[in-house]
Ligand binder design. Structure first.
Ligand code: SF4
Ligand code: SF4
Length: 154
């Protein structure tokens, strides 16, 4: 038997052997891992509440927030590329216009698109608030036989 056919057969046999193991991969985004308490992600912004005080931009250690001038108003813009998710901006905001979230997987086509001006930040925050939750939330657990397996938690 030619060696290439032999290798194909070996690969198929190996595949069948592994069918008895529970899957180690998740069919993302339908299934996601549970986030631990306090997990920090994208900062959500509500422009309607914002006073334009600029405290969030002043305190941000990563310079992820920059103030923009819009007519006679000042409003913050946000860079997810720079944000280190420390939460200082949320704590200092006097108007509760900023809110932490556990969203870490917001996708952008190019890195420049991660720089959001005030309108884009507000719009993106509205979309993320309305995002459909994952159909399945799982927690990885150590298993003496399988090494690791996923338990459904929601
Ligand atoms: S969470 Fe921290 S790094 Fe991110 S924007 Fe707020 S202050 Fe800046
Ligand atoms: S600290 Fe709050 S109110 Fe002040 S500019 Fe930032 S988001 Fe607006």
């Amino acid at each position: 038997m030619p060696s290439s056919i032999r290798r194909h057969i070996d690969a198929i046999v190996t595949g069948f052997k592994h069918l008895r193991y529970p899957p180690l991969t998740l069919s993302y985004p339908e299934a996601v891992e549970e986030r631990p308490p306090g997990y920090r992600g994208f900062i959500l912004y509500e422009p309607e509440k914002c006073l334009g005080c600029g405290l969030c931009a002043q305190i941000c250690p990563a310079r992820a927030i920059k103030m923009h001038v819009q007519g006679r108003k000042r409003r913050p813009g946000y860079s997810m590329a720079r944000c280190i998710f420390c939460g200082l901006c949320v704590d200092i905001c006097p108007a509760e216009a900023l809110e932490p979230s556990s969203i870490h997987d917001e996708a952008f086509e190019v890195v420049e698109h991660m720089e959001l001006d005030p309108e884009e930040w507000g719009q993106r925050s509205r979309e993320l608030r309305g995002r459909k939750p994952a159909a399945r939330v799982v927690r990885p657990v150590i298993d003496e036989v399988w090494g690791i397996r996923y338990e459904r938690v929601g």
